[in-house]
Design a protein around this ligand. Structure first.
Ligand code: V47
Ligand code: SF4
Length: 354
């Protein structure tokens, strides 16, 4: 198998679903990693990208109750919160002073806030520092805004863009396969709808990312099907920047029988994503969920992006992630240099800054 795949990687030939599945079933992690490293080097040389950003989670109230989510709360539950716009502004001022280039915003599906709140939040951020790129709202949130406002998704996106939205993060994809979604997030929009909203956003000129939540109750075949749907959409729009496998964190969640993700599975999954998603330039190791050591090691397995400084993280840490809350620019650069690679600070759209 590896000889045939080597030839495919060298001749830039797409690998099949069956080949991706066979890679997941293989235990030859080093052979998979070596192929992925070759595929990555061809696209990105020895550069590894990161950015200086700040996450803001405006609320953890959510009308959905995804079983893998330890972040969301019901109204009145201890720990439930919603930030006032002034609190959002204060965090943005801190980020701006710390040299951030991006504000990353996601939240739960709040039961009461009107669509106008989200537009005001974007304008508030833009008023604090118009140079900051605002990467905000997953396809799940955008679909929710369409429902609460009664507007078509295209108009919701146009209004958000008018208020300062620059791009979208890749959350909410989970595993796009119906039988998995029915078990882990039955109230969430369908996989088809996630793809449709994302396609609409790409056609409106927004770039976005694609995530894959792995290590709960999905099979390898489900992972391949998920990546196939993402690869097909990327063929149609070219609007995805990075693919981000998110390692499932099990604490305080309600996924039956769930354990954490081991290092071998994490590295294998990142490497196979690099090999299968030939139409993606960037594969991101999100250190919050992987831990710093696996994220760094992933640089030898086809990964070329370590995400950002983050500053304040709730979604993974509420579910037991043992990574730090934040990374300094120097800390990320050190991880990359220790792996023998060249750190490159980027902005959200992958323009190189330094
Ligand atoms: O969609 C929720 C995931 C996502 C857990 O686009 C969990 O640059 C692990 O999408 N264990 C939101 N993951 C985060 C996200 C993201 C993060 C960083 C960068 C980008 C980007 C996007 O977090 C959700 C869900 O898939 N999630 N609970 C958990 N227990
Ligand atoms: Fe709500 Fe998102 Fe958590 Fe699901 S993953 S419960 S949609 S905050």
């Amino acid at each position: 198998m590896f000889e045939a795949l080597k030839e495919k990687v060298e001749t830039n030939t797409r690998i099949s679903d069956a080949e991706a599945l066979a890679l997941f079933e293989s235990n030859d992690l080093l052979a998979i990693g070596e192929l992925a490293a070759v595929a990555n080097r061809r696209k990105n040389g020895d550069k590894v990208y990161f950015n200086v950003n700040r996450h803001i989670n405006y609320t953890n109230l959510c009308v959905n109750r995804c079983t893998f989510c330890a972040f969301s709360k019901e109204d009145g539950e201890p720990g439930a919160y919603t930030l006032a716009l002034e609190q959002v502004a204060a965090k943005v001022r801190e980020a701006s002073a710390a040299g951030a280039t991006e504000i990353h915003i996601v939240g739960g599906l709040h039961p009461e806030l009107p669509f106008a709140f989200y537009l005001d939040m974007l304008r508030t951020i833009r008023d604090v520092d118009p140079r900051l790129h605002i990467k905000a709202f997953t396809a799940v949130e955008i679909d929710y805004f369409a429902r609460i406002s009664g507007l078509p998704v295209g108009e919701v996106i146009a209004e958000l863009q008018g208020a300062g939205l620059g791009s979208m993060p890749g959350g909410g994809a989970e595993i796009l396969v119906r039988r998995v979604r029915e078990r882990i997030c039955p109230e969430k929009i369908s996989g088809e709808r996630w793809l449709e909203v994302t396609e609409t956003a790409h056609r409106a000129g927004l770039k976005s990312n694609a995530t894959m939540l792995f290590g709960h109750l999905e099979s390898y075949a489900d992972r391949v099907e998920h990546m196939r749907l993402i690869r097909e959409l990327q063929d149609r729009t070219g609007g995805f920047q990075a693919f981000i496998p998110l390692a499932f964190q099990p604490d305080n969640t309600r996924v039956p029988g769930a354990r954490g993700v081991g290092g071998v599975d994490a590295l294998k999954t990142l490497a196979i994503a690099r090999l299968y998603l030939d139409n993606f330039r960037h594969v991101k190791a999100y250190w919050v969920m992987l831990g710093l050591k696996i994220a760094q090691t992933a640089l030898c397995f086809g990964v070329n992006d370590l995400d950002g400084t983050v500053v304040e993280e709730k979604i993974g840490h509420d579910a037991g992630a043992d990574s730090p809350q934040a990374m300094s620019r120097e800390g990320i650069e050190r991880l990359i240099r220790e792996a023998g690679r060249t750190p490159v600070e980027r902005d959200t759209l992958y323009n190189e800054l330094k």
